[in-house]
Ligand binder design. Structure first.
Ligand code: C5P
Length: 296
């Protein structure tokens, strides 16, 4: 079976505050987009993972960990061969590794006929990482808590984006970015609620709805990001916003032609992509019949 592991962008990302357990409470409106890795899952005697398209791949590790977690939870003794073709830039704020891990859970659940419910798959996903539960279903959702509490909202139809990932090599990026946060980076979550309301009313988003609380920290942690960001805004003549903890930045595009034109312009600055919103990451699965349950 062949699956697409869709990337996400955080249309909003607000950090509400630091918690006693070392995590941070978030409010984020997140949406799957058409930029995707491909994951082929086949029967095999042992659990094998391999990857194309990236030299050193932290995301392979998450696929292997997801597979091992499902196998140990269900007592599965059969193996599987998992072949990942990477297209989503790694550790960029686009959720590539998390999407690969969630798709591994969903795909192996189908291959092994494990009958693990969507709610239980979502709980397993949360054990692997805070933003992995979202990718079990994808689409549009408000993430709360440390990222594992999800409220589905109506997805945006056919919104195009141009995405730029500047070259970077910051190790253990997510933890670094959280550590670099200051009290002035925290906000109430109101912008996220307002943006989610726009989707609930099935209206179009505009730039006034977009925000990211990591912006100041990302500019200080990623060398050269501020200059690249300014140059992207000059070349594409529009504001860009950070996705996740960065360093990927994105802008709204009016249609596919506009997104592609801007991506071609930005290619000199890094890895540039045109992508559109994806409403249901699992539309093609038998599993899709269950998804009306919503998140637990
Ligand atoms: O959950 P995950 O393993 O992806 O988180 C990686 C690190 O990012 C955590 O150890 C924590 O330091 C930080 N984090 C956080 N608040 C969140 C999510 C992650 O502080 N909501």
């Amino acid at each position: 079976m062949l699956y697409r592991c869709y990337a996400k962008i955080n249309l909003t990302l607000e950090i509400l505050g630091r918690r006693d357990d070392g995590y941070h409470d978030l409010a984020s409106l997140v949406h799957t987009i058409s930029l995707a890795d491909k994951l082929r899952i086949e029967h095999a005697d042992d659990l094998l993972t391999r990857v194309e398209g990236l030299d050193i791949d932290p995301d392979t590790n998450l696929v292997a960990r997801a597979a091992a977690l499902l196998a140990s939870t269900t007592g599965e003794r059969r193996g599987a061969e998992l072949s990942l073709v990477k297209r989503i830039p790694a550790a960029a704020g686009l959720g590539g590794g998390s999407s690969d891990a969630a798709t591994t859970l969903v795909g192996l659940n189908a291959l092994w006929n494990s009958h693990v419910s969507v709610a239980d798959l979502t709980r397993l996903a949360a054990d692997l990482g805070s933003d992995i539960p979202f990718f079990v279903r994808g689409g549009a959702a408000v993430m709360r808590g440390r990222g594992e509490q999800l409220e589905a909202v109506p997805p945006l139809g056919g919104q195009w984006f141009v995405i730029l990932v500047p070259p970077h090599d910051v190790l253990d990026k997510t933890r670094w970015l959280y550590t670099a946060l200051e009290a002035s980076d925290f906000s109430s979550g109101e912008t996220t609620e307002a943006a989610a309301d726009v989707l609930r009313r099935r209206q179009a988003l505009d730039v006034t709805h977009l925000v990211n609380g990591f912006e100041r920290a990302a500019r200080s942690v990623f060398p050269g990001l501020s200059a690249t960001w300014a140059e992207a805004q000059r070349l594409a003549a529009r504001p860009f916003f950070l996705s996740g903890a960065g360093p990927a930045v994105f802008a709204l595009a009016s249609d596919r032609a506009d997104a592609r034109r801007q991506a071609a312009r930005l290619a000199q600055l890094g890895s540039a992509h045109a992508a559109r919103t994806v409403k249901h990451a699992r539309a093609s699965l038998k599993f899709a019949a269950e998804t009306s349950i919503g998140y637990s």
